[in-house]
Ligand binder design. Structure first.
Ligand code: PMP
Length: 470
């Protein structure tokens, strides 16, 4: 029971400051999305933290450790590169303790998270997400530079800061053990910095003398679980690998030794799970929770009703209303929005190989690939891959632009805005409304991957005509 500064013993859940209210999150049983006959699954709702995510725990822990070591001094500035939630945690801890905060976020970070950061008084710097790790604009490099250049600046460094997994070893793990009365048998969490799964997992494994199995949940393309690192749509978990990254370093916060296995989950499955959690369980959760709950459901289905699976729900769906819960956003990428098949754009009539220009091409090479096509997407060059992930499209190579450009330049120096994308599972009405005044060729997406390039003639609603695809 927390003891308040007044010296009075506080009632349960009464705290004397916002930082004291971090943690103590509930476990909620999933009742409808689970398979009959399998293990019980409990979601640990980290979204009930004051900053709305699991990251409040490590924000407080890293700040306290830096104060103790003297790295962070009164009046100092906290700097961090983050997908958003760690920044929110740091900004609220900073507000509570009297520090300034500067947060560097990749541009795929949701609008909502950026708005929350600003509302909490943080200075936000947005940087392009798809950068190799040595690039000066890479999130972590930019954050390190700002910290070094700011008087009194301190870089929180969640990726390599031992206070990150330590926070979970000290708080998340013991909470789960206590809440389940030691009955937990399996623990599932996504892997971003790896702090949650490593710290909580290590505690549960030690306290149960090896009985609790620790399972990492990872986006399908992420390198942690064996993917090639190409882009995916769920933010804040997994490990993207830029093809120009030479030495791919994993965070020190991640200890793969703690894990007994990794479950890989594709974007489409994660989107489907969060939609079900919202509609069938009343739980509005973020995309990374879709990855971890999908993994937990697979694990639970193989177990007996005596087993108890605990899965981390890192944050709330409220931070993603403009992404995963927005039909237009989900639909245009070719993911399911629940529209009747008869009303959707569909894929049946379109076939053919998809032409694209790799980002390493010169203008002359791009023109050769274009042939007589009006435009093609320019895609992050990923040797050995012919799959065009929408998230790896950098822009368009347009015939009229390139014929006027110096032939030896890189095509990336002469990019036109990306071509419009239409999803095969969105309604024709939604697609037509978005593209009505856009005469350019259209890219057709199926679960985040381009499957055709179309020229359009728009008579009577939407008539799609397949044209050349190089
Ligand atoms: N989900 C969300 C929403 C997060 O913000 C994070 C942290 N980046 C994670 C999952 C992954 O947690 P961790 O960094 O502890 O591995």
């Amino acid at each position: 029971m927390p003891v308040g500064r007044t010296g009075l013993v506080a009632a349960p859940q009464v705290f004397e400051s916002v930082v004291d209210a971090i943690g103590h999150t509930p476990l909620v049983r999933l009742n409808r999305v689970t398979a009959a006959g399998g293990a019980a699954v409990y979601a640990k709702l980290e979204s009930t933290n004051p900053g709305g995510s699991v990251k409040d725990r490590i924000a407080l822990s890293m700040v306290r450790a830096a104060e103790a070591s003297g790295e962070l001094r009164p009046g100092g500035t906290i700097v961090e590169g983050t997908s958003g939630n760690t920044g929110i945690g740091l900004a609220l801890v900073a507000a509570g303790l009297g520090y300034r905060t500067v947060v560097v976020v990749p541009d795929k970070t949701s609008r909502e998270k950026i708005a929350i950061l600003r509302a909490l008084g943080a200075e936000v710097r947005v940087t392009p997400g798809g950068r190799p790790t040595h690039h000066p604009e890479h999130v972590r490099n930019l954050a390190a530079r700002i910290a070094a250049e700011t008087p009194g600046g301190w870089l929180a460094g969640q990726y390599d800061n031992p206070a990150n997994p330590e926070a979970h070893y000290r708080t998340t793990g013991p909470e789960i053990w206590k809440q389940t009365g030691g009955r937990v048998t399996h623990f599932v969490a996504g892997i971003g910095t790896g702090g949650t799964v490593s710290g909580t997992g290590r505690y549960l494994s030690e306290v149960s003398e090896g009985r609790v199995q620790v399972i990492g949940a990872d986006p399908e393309h992420s390198v942690y679980g064996g993917g090639d690192g190409r882009a995916y749509y769920i933010e804040a978990v997994g490990h993207f690998r830029h093809p120009e990254t030479v030495e791919d370093e994993w965070p020190q916060s991640y200890d793969p030794e703690v894990l007994s296995r990794i479950e890989r989950v594709g974007d489409a499955e994660a989107f489907a799970v969060i939609a079900r959690l919202a509609r069938e369980e009343g739980l509005l959760v973020g995309g990374s929770a879709g990855v971890s709950v999908a993994a937990a459901l697979r694990v639970a289905a193989e177990l007996s009703p005596d087993d108890v699976v605990v899965v981390i729900v890192p944050d709330s769906g409220r931070s993603y209303l403009s992404k995963y819960f927005d039909e237009d956003w989900v639909g245009r990428l070719g993911f399911d929005v629940g529209a009747p098949a008869a009303e959707t754009v569909g894929a049946e009539s379109w076939s053919g190989t998809v032409g694209f220009v790799p980002s390493t091409a010169t203008v002359a090479e791009a023109l050769e690939i274009l042939g007589d096509a009006a435009a093609l997407p320019v895609v992050l060059a990923r040797p050995g891959s012919t799959e065009v992930v929408v998230a790896e499209i950098l822009g368009a190579a347009v015939l009229s632009t390139l014929t006027a450009a110096p032939q030896g330049d890189l095509v990336t120096a002469h990019l036109d805005p990306p071509l419009p994308v239409v999803g095969i599972r969105e309604t024709r009405t939604a697609a037509a409304a978005r593209l009505a005044d856009d005469p350019r060729p259209v890219l057709l997406a199926d679960n985040g991957v381009i499957t055709a390039i179309l020229d359009r003639s728009m008579e009577e609603g939407v008539e799609w005509a397949f044209s050349r695809s190089a």
